[in-house]
Design a protein around this ligand. Sequence first.
Ligand code: ACO
Length: 352
Amino acid sequence: MIRSTILGLGSYVPERIVKNEEIPFLDDQHVRQAVQQTETSDEWIRARSGIEERRYVPNDGKWGSSDLGTIAAERAIADAGITAKDIDCIIFATLSPDIHFPGTAVFLQSKLGIDGETGCACYDIRQQCSGFLYGLQMADAFVRTGMYKRVLIVGAEVHSHSLDYSTRGRDVMVLFGDGAGAVVVGPVETDDPRAGVLYTSVQADGSGAMDLYLKVFEIAKAPFVQYDWKNRDENSIMYPQMNGKRVFLHAVRNMVVATKKALKETGLTWADIDWFVPHQANLRINEAVVQYAEIPPEKALNTIMFYGNTTAATVPLTIDHWRQAGKVKKGDLVLSAVFGAGYTWGAGIFRV
Ligand code: ACO
């Protein structure tokens, strides 16, 4: 029987570390100023979210999500022991695309040097913090049906350029960072039901769409919404808007339900699973999920302290971080649960 399996894993974060202490002093280009720009503090950020620092790309106009994603992808491809030319499908998950269209996957394909007339299929998916598991479900189906043999899933985000560095935007701004993660998924011939990707389930609830969104423009308001980007009475359209409390509650509830459902439908218990890898939006969300889903706390892996919320990148980035630290080993079984804007959410069980 053909099953899908993760053949390789890689990640990348920019070098610039922005500690909580620096956040209040960043201007709208995220350049540090002598005078405080935003009323916030290390104490508040740490207590409410668990975040201590995050990474930002240089503000030199050269870094889009495809650039971070390319480095993560190259590492995943090398880890899989293949070359970029072996990739026959790319699934790129991001909420911070390089440009409005075409999608970011084609830019990544070119940067990997596999464009041209024999270029592989390229998909862009827009499921925000749930993007990686949505992508894994697609890749699993593609591989099991024989449609594709080497599917590259990339989750990459450049958030630092679209955050509101002011007291008005502080609730969202302090949470997000830049980063990328990638995996290569391919087939394995096996009768072992516990091999490779065991389970994926994803859902969405559009009634929560406007609890976390970024407009930039509204296509319905032709030809475009006029605003002066420097005018603070007009420019909120450029920045993400969030009902934090509603997102928090729905994230906990849906990740708990998705985690329990994953165990029930596979017949697995926590004795079978090595690691719980939740989406990294807020350490308090993850601690609540661990508590309500009765997950052994020592099996929960977090990286939000180091990277903040990197949206579609958090799951592969967290697994790779702890693999490099020596905790996660090849073949370990991971249960991942995610929740993101949309609302979108889901869970997956897979070997890494
Ligand atoms: N620094 C200091 N004070 C702040 C900040 C800040 N960065 N942000 C908000 N505050 C203030 C508020 O204005 C409020 O002040 P008030 O009481 O005078 O009105 C006070 O702090 C408390 O604010 P709350 O909103 O009650 O704080 P809460 O404990 O709910 O934490 C937070 C806010 C961290 C945003 C939380 O709601 C959260 O994490 N929600 C989920 C967010 C999330 O997961 N987003 C990503 C989803 S995934 C995706 O797809 C992108």
